[in-house]
Write a protein that binds this ligand. Structure first.
Ligand SMILES: Cc1cc2nc3c(=O)[nH]c(=O)nc-3n(C[C@H](O)[C@H](O)[C@H](O)COP(=O)(O)OP(=O)(O)OC[C@H]3O[C@@H](n4cnc5c(N)ncnc54)[C@H](O)[C@@H]3O)c2cc1C
Ligand code: FES
Length: 270
């Protein structure tokens, strides 16, 4: 069950001029969230601008010295008023935080391998997923693309959890030059059909669509975390619908805050 809490900002770490990691004391959410779920956050509690909460993936679950889940972090990219408030937030500030919300990733077991595909801030749901996969002994690769090397974050976090990294940047400053779907496609093509792999993807919609095409072409299952504009996060406003093919062969608009944000890539009408 989601809970609505007033969470204190414990820390706010800038990663670049646009990205930051915000830590919120929200033990009730931290204790129950699973990889891929999200929270609806209202920064600027006393102001009407922005009026609505905004959705963010739970990036990390922070535990205290006894191992009890005490806080969550979010990885935020500043693009408008709410993310600007989150970028500038100071420890001690309060934010309304509703969660955990939505359908999480379905986590595979070994010997199935996990390939996570992240574009930019689409990295956010993969820190908790990587930890869940590591605890099950699943061999995991992160395909991670950004515009520049300076926008590739948390590489040591993933390495320290045994995740193999495949990196691309649009300017070629780190890893291969270009988009992340290119090395993913090569890896899919090179993979023996008898070696099972689950692909997980989060990032810009064009990247998700390209990942869906590539995985379908090579007959691999793929779960995507979609990022639609969300007004409520609770199924009430229909701002977040995604067209999906139903078992009846017809297209249905599903609310991605309830049926997702994690959806089967091959059922989405891209
Ligand atoms: C399930 C989910 C998880 C998310 N997780 C994260 C996360 O972990 N970190 C993060 O930085 N962002 C995440 N987002 C996106 C985040 O919610 C938006 O960046 C945020 O709402 C922008 O608010 P704003 O007031 O700063 O900008 P706004 O003024 O609301 O938006 C600025 C511009 O971005 C567009 N926009 C707003 N939201 C989205 C969206 N979801 N997709 C595409 N375009 C959008 C608007 O139409 C507008 O043109 C997530 C979105 C969803 C649905
Ligand atoms: S965000 Fe309101 S219905 Fe999904």
């Amino acid at each position: 069950m989601p809970v609505d809490v007033t969470a204190v900002v414990i820390a706010n770490r800038p990663l670049s001029a646009a990205y930051n990691v915000l830590t919120l004391a929200a033990p009730a959410i931290a204790a129950t969230c699973t990889p891929g779920q999200f929270v609806m956050i209202k920064a600027g509690l006393t102001s009407f601008d922005p009026l609505l909460r905004r959705p963010f993936s739970v990036f990390e679950v922070i535990r205290d010295s006894q191992g009890t889940a005490a806080a969550i972090t979010i990885l935020s990219k500043r693009i408008g008023p709410a993310t600007a408030l989150i970028y500038d937030a100071r420890p001690g500030e309060h934010m309304a935080c509703l969660g955990p919300l939505g359908r999480a990733f379905s986590i595979v077991e070994a010997p199935i391998e996990a390939w996570m595909v992240a574009g930019g801030v689409g990295l956010a749901p993969f820190a908790t997923l990587a930890e869940a996969l590591a605890s099950r002994g699943v061999q995991t690769t992160l395909f991670y693309g950004a515009r520049t090397g300076a926008e590739l974050f948390y590489l040591d976090f993933f390495r320290s959890r045994g995740v193999e990294l495949v990196l691309t940047t649009e300017d070629g400053s780190v890893g291969e030059r270009g988009r992340i779907v290119a090395p993913l496609e090569r890896a899919l093509a090179a993979r023996a059909p008898s070696s099972p792999v689950m692909v997980y993807a989060c990032g810009p919609e064009a990247m998700l669509a390209a990942t869906a095409r590539a995985t379908q072409k090579h007959g691999r299952p793929c779960q995507v975390s979609v990022e639609r504009v969300m007004g409520c996060g609770l199924g009430g406003c229909y701002s977040c619908v995604v067209p999906m093919r139903g078992d009846d062969g017809l297209t249905h608009n599903v609310r991605s805050c309830l049926a997702g944000p994690v959806l089967a890539a091959d059922q989405i009408v891209w």
